[in-house]
Design a protein around this ligand. Structure first.
Ligand code: ZN
Length: 137
């Protein structure tokens, strides 16, 4: 496996971006970037930049969203870590050949000009792990 390149972002599940935004923006002083909707995940996502890393607040837009189910079970909080990789389809193939279970066997569109794939938490010791490949515009 080619190594992951950097920590891309940390995903945090929230019930309300509007209610929790001020903690990151005002209390911590993180730079707010934008809010995007990711239809495939049924979430609204707010990005904050801290150095080269982003925080991604994930607010479910439907009770069917995987993030809504996460909040129901665990009450929100740390949701996933995302690493930057190159050539995502090749990385997925390498992981599968190592016996790693993938949630996404093919890349899907992520927020903020990326394509992404999640590993299954059973294969990553309970830490939901996302691989994230920036797409050149
Ligand atoms: Zn993410």
């Amino acid at each position: 496996m080619k190594p992951v390149q950097s920590l891309n972002h940390i995903g945090i599940a929230v019930t309300s971006i509007a209610e929790q935004r001020s903690f990151y923006e005002d209390t911590l002083g993180a730079e707010f970037e934008c809010i995007e909707e990711v239809l495939s995940q049924m979430v609204r996502v707010a990005f904050f930049r801290i150095g080269d890393v982003r925080l991604e607040l994930l607010e479910p837009t439907s009770p069917e969203s995987p993030v809504a189910r996460f909040i129901e079970k665990r009450g929100g909080g740390l949701h996933h870590v995302a690493f930057t990789v190159a050539e995502l389809p090749a990385r997925i193939a390498e992981l599968k050949s190592e016996g790693v279970r993938m949630i996404d066997e093919t890349p899907r569109p992520g927020a903020h000009h990326t394509r992404i794939a999640f590993l299954h938490p059973k294969s990553s010791h309970g830490v939901l792990t996302e691989l994230c490949e920036p797409i050149e515009e």
